[in-house]
Design a protein around this ligand. Structure first.
Ligand code: ADP
Ligand code: ZN
Ligand code: ZN
Length: 757
């Protein structure tokens, strides 16, 4: 027999199948990783077996597989198919696609399995004789310690770890060695799994489902294999409980499940809920695990010890055998899109994987992506609604405060009078509040009041950010920093101010407003370590603070019953971003944050939640409709705009980026690409249909919004195409163009970039 395999070397030159002979004694199947001699020097390299065959092309020399890397196949059949699809859909090598499915630690055998030293009574000996041999003539033990250990092992009848024995018998080491030497006990190493879970959890069971939840679970269960469901449920409507119940029945029928949650390392609460329900059959996969933990969790899944995977984006590739359902919670989150090559979207991959395994896909959100809701309306996805919160808890009441009128009437504090008053009331009645700060684009910038000079990074064309704790200005792109100058470098005046607010400043002002208030802050400055995030959340949910102040991180998935007030300190930061999605993003964010308020369900008397949104744009529909909890209306207006202006989902963007030290070179290369792209697209479209020319909406070429970064000038070509049945052909042609476009400074082509900047 022969095996066709992909060599595990990231190089497009070797991205094709190589045939090797399988030695008689080896059991090699598709999905195995193997070690093979490769190249002229026959250096041993790793490879992935994609398929077996009975003959080979005799024109080539045939080499023989050295060994398998693991006794089991590292890749499941559906993962092999998925990889082939990925390579096509996202234009990457098959090797890169296959690597997505494996923990990096597996490849190159960079990590050792964790073994524990255990000992057990030797099988060959008789217990009585052995015990007798340990006693003196008068019946007293020759070595009390050895006898104690021997008896302990005899009683347990099972291997015990040296560590455990030491806990019973202090400094058992020498006695264990002596027993081993005498052959009374034998050593047995066995493999354990490192666990990423630091806390023990009590198991729970499902509450009685509401009618709406029951219907949701039933329609998912009754759905055809391969169907996609969009679960549109308001915050606190019990979506997670629907996932849990659906997974339970999948487990009951012997299947497995994958649950994707955004930024999982930030939401330990979610993982805990799955662990409480399903115990050890839950594995987690995200980037904050140690290398060893990641490897071990992957193996627990692959070997069937864990059948429910809860993880971040890349967990969509988890090796779950008998995969019956994939769930993507908060499906609108941008973190489901990879920003590294291959730039896949977890939801697109999940649709494909569900199809391959004949499973189902559930997308859940309070604010679905435009494209998902459109697909649901068109019937491609099945729409399931949970329009109300659990137990009739009302949606929080939202007040919008116009910061402009607030300022005009003489209040230039961070808190409007309305928010200040509600904060005081909340804290004094022993309830909790969350203050949310939309930090993106709204941090401190150094600016001269006299001449308007803005401190910019000399290497990047962006304003630097003021860091109060060490009194420096820093560039967030390249890390350049300077201590804060006392006078303006441009006009020499001393009137430099630092505009914008950070969580620290909110905390300071809050402490002035409410003396003695207990605050916790959560942002990237305060949450460096592995557990600090969890520590902050735990402390807050245990009532150790009155107010939690945070950035985006606090918006997601928090379910803390004591929280009755949410204040959005400034809502507009994401609104006037030069991105067609900024309205949608703001709507999503405000809905999410507002959803953190008033979630108490277990108390006898649910406390209603209140939300205050402070904004300079009180009439913007993203603000207004988020305050009304009106997703449908927002969707209708937004999708009409998208259709009118032909923005996604009705079109597709592609961007080619050029970065050069020499500005002229960057610009010229970009122009050349733009010209060739236009020609290639034109040719492709006219070959497809005479009318298709109009599907190219534009090709633009110019300086990127951040014109200079780390001393390189940046120019971008942006291509906009109407989304039609021809789109994939056009994109294929563009990939071909970009593959052959070997020009200095070309950073590659990107489809639907997360950010057009
Ligand atoms: P979502 O995921 O839609 O935000 P959750 O599933 O987190 O909603 O539910 C919100 C709260 O309601 C949680 O505290 C959850 O434990 C509780 N809950 C959900 N379903 C039920 C139910 N059927 N009975 C009682 N409590 C429930
Ligand atoms: Zn100045
Ligand atoms: Zn810089």
């Amino acid at each position: 027999m022969f095996a066709k395999l992909i060599i595990d070397i990231a190089n497009s030159n070797v991205d094709r199948l190589f045939t090797y002979r399988i030695p008689e004694e080896l059991d090699v199947r598709a999905g195995h990783r193997v070690l093979v001699p490769f190249g002229r020097g026959n250096k041993p390299v790793e490879g992935f077996v994609l398929e077996l065959c009975e003959e080979y092309d005799a024109r080539f020399e045939i080499k023989t597989i050295i060994r398998t890397m693991e006794p089991y196949t590292a890749l499941l059949p559906d993962q092999l198919e998925l990889a082939k699809w990925l390579a096509k859909a996202y234009h990457c090598t098959l090797c890169d696609a296959l690597r997505l499915m494996l923990p990096a630690q597996l490849r190159g055998s960079r990590i050792k399995e964790k073994t524990v030293r255990t000992v057990v009574i030797s099988q060959e000996i008789s217990l009585e004789e052995a015990r007798a041999s340990m006693l003196k003539k008068d019946g007293s033990p020759r070595s009390p310690k050895q006898l104690e250990i021997f008896d302990l092992l005899a009683k347990s009848g099972m291997p015990m770890s040296v560590e455990d024995l030491n806990a019973y018998v202090p400094s058992a080491g020498p006695a264990i060695s002596a027993l081993l030497k005498k052959g009374l006990i034998t050593e047995r190493g066995f493999v354990t799994f490192r666990s990423p879970f630091t806390n023990e959890l009590k198991r729970d069971s499902s509450p009685v489902l509401t009618d709406a939840q029951k219907k949701a679970v039933e329609s998912i269960e009754a759905g055809e294999p391969r169907s996609v469901f969009l679960l549109h449920g308001v915050t606190g409507s019990g979506k997670t409980e629907v996932y849990l119940n659906t997974i339970q029945s999948v487990l009951d029928s012997g299947g497995g499940a994958i649950v994707l949650v955004p930024e999982i390392s930030l939401t330990p609460q979610t993982t805990d809920r799955f662990r409480r329900r399903f115990g050890d059959t839950v594995a987690v996969m995200h980037s904050h695990l140690s290398a060893g933990e990641r490897y071990d969790e992957w193996r627990r899944v692959r070997l069937g010890k864990a059948r429910v995977v809860v993880g971040a984006r890349s967990a969509v590739f988890a090796p779950v055998e008998g995969l019956k359902i994939i769930i993507i919670d908060e499906e609108h989150e941008p973190s489901y899109r990879s920003e590294m090559r291959p730039e896949y979207s977890a939801d697109e991959v999940a649709v494909r994987r569900a199809r391959l395994v004949g499973g189902k896909l559930v997308l859940g959100s309070a604010t679905p992506q435009m494209i998902s809701y459109l697909r649901a309306k068109q019937g491609a996805y099945k729409l399931i609604k949970l329009p109300e919160r659990i137990n009739g808890i009302p949606m929080p009441e939202v007040d919008i405060v116009d910061l402009r009128t607030e300022f005009m009437s003489g209040n230039n504090s961070i808190f409007s009078r309305d928010l200040a008053e509600k904060l005081k009331k909340c804290v004094s009645s022993g309830e909790q509040a969350i203050l949310f700060l939309n930090r993106r684009g709204y941090s401190y910038h150094g600016e001269c009041r006299a001449c308007g000079f803005v401190f910019k990074c000399p290497h990047c064309d962006v304003a630097m950010t003021y860091h109060k704790f060490d009194n420096t200005l820093r560039c967030h792109y390249c890390g350049y920093r300077v201590s804060v100058p006392r006078t303006c470098p441009s006009c020499g005046s001393v009137y430099i101010k630092y505009t914008g607010i950070g969580t620290q400043q909110v905390e300071e002002q809050l402490k002035k407003l409410i003396p003695g208030v207990r605050c916790l802050r959560m942002d990237t400055d305060t949450t460096g370590g592995k557990t600090s995030h969890r520590d902050i959340l735990d402390a807050f949910s245990q009532g150790e603070a009155d107010v939690l102040i945070g950035t985006q991180m606090v918006a997601k998935g928090l379910d803390i019953p004591g929280v009755t007030l949410v204040g959005v300190v400034f809502a507009d930061a994401s609104l006037f971003h030069s991105d067609y999605r900024s309205g949608e993003r703001t709507f999503q964010l405000l809905t999410q944050v507002a959803g953190r308020a008033g979630r108490a369900v277990n108390g006898d008397e649910p406390k209603p939640g209140r939300v205050v949104i402070q904004t300079n744009a009180p009439n913007h529909r993203a603000v207004r409709l988020a305050a009304e909890h009106n997703y449908e209306k927002f969707y209708e207006l937004e999708i009409q705009d998208r259709l009118r202006t032909l923005f996604p989902p009705f079109s597709v963007f592609a961007r080619a980026l050029f970065e050069c030290i020499d500005e002229k070179k960057a610009f010229e290369s970009a122009e050349r690409f733009a010209g060739e792209a236009e020609a290639v697209i034109g040719k492709t479209l006219s070959a497809l249909s005479p009318e298709a020319q109009s599907e190219l909406l534009f090709v633009s070429c110019g300086a990127a919004p951040i014109r200079k970064r780390e001393n390189r000038y940046r120019y971008a070509v942006i291509i906009k195409l109407a989304r039609t049945k021809h789109t994939s052909d056009v994109i294929k042609a563009l990939w071909e163009l970009s593959d052959g476009f070997n020009v200095e400074g070309f950073r590659g082509l990107e489809l639907n970039p997360n950010d057009l900047l």
